[in-house]
Design a protein around this ligand. Structure first.
Ligand SMILES: Cc1cc2nc3c(=O)[nH]c(=O)nc-3n(C[C@H](O)[C@H](O)[C@H](O)COP(=O)(O)O)c2cc1C
Length: 167
């Protein structure tokens, strides 16, 4: 199915529409948060299975409009309403982060990206009450335990800030 929104075509597979909706931080042109909200207002009528919002931090507010401190995720959740599951992501490291995201944003679903590289047993540790042992930093001696391929290890060393690697 092709959905036409203001002359932009999106291909909709039976259950997944993948469109990057984010506010470009560094470009003066491109879609804005208002554009994203307008798009989501139309999309919510299509009964999507979920919307995944990719932000660097779950409480991140608009970068183009710093006066507006409302988290982008909250704006999106308020826009699409409770019937559309929204997946939030961004710097969720601890169970407290996850709880804050759920409570403060009314977030129905969340994803954990980089923290799962640092702590692949995150879910199991929370489930079994071992939160105190959750690893939130990666040390050189963890490389083998975390099964980092050599090439990936070298690559992330050259891109500081991507992963929480400490000496
Ligand atoms: C190396 C890297 C590549 C990424 N590529 C994409 C991408 O292609 N599309 C996207 O929507 N988000 C991308 N992201 C952002 C992630 O989806 C996510 O928002 C970000 O990693 C924060 O979540 P986390 O702290 O749980 O990892 C990328 C993040 C990283 C670190």
């Amino acid at each position: 199915m092709i959905l036409n929104l203001n002359s932009i075509n999106f291909t909709i597979y039976p259950s997944i529409l993948n469109h990057n909706i984010f506010e470009p931080f560094t470009f003066k042109s491109g879609i804005t948060l208002d554009d994203t909200i307008a798009l989501l207002t139309k999309l919510k009528e299509k009964e999507l299975d979920y919307i995944h919002v990719s932000t660097g931090h779950y409480m991140q507010s608009s970068i183009r409009n710093p006066e507006d401190q409302t988290p982008v995720l909250k704006t999106i959740i308020d826009t699409v309403g409770p019937d559309t599951p929204v997946i939030g992501v961004g710097a969720i490291k601890t169970p407290d982060n996850a709880l804050e995201a759920i409570k403060e944003l009314n977030l129905p679903l969340l994803a954990i990206g980089r923290e799962l590289i640092a702590e692949p047993d995150w879910i199991e540790k929370v489930r079994t009450g071992k939160e105190d042992t959750i690893r939130t930093e990666i040390r050189p001696e963890d490389k083998d335990d975390l099964a980092f391929p050599d090439a990936m290890w070298e690559y992330v060393q050259g891109n500081p800030g991507w992963l929480p690697i400490v000496k």
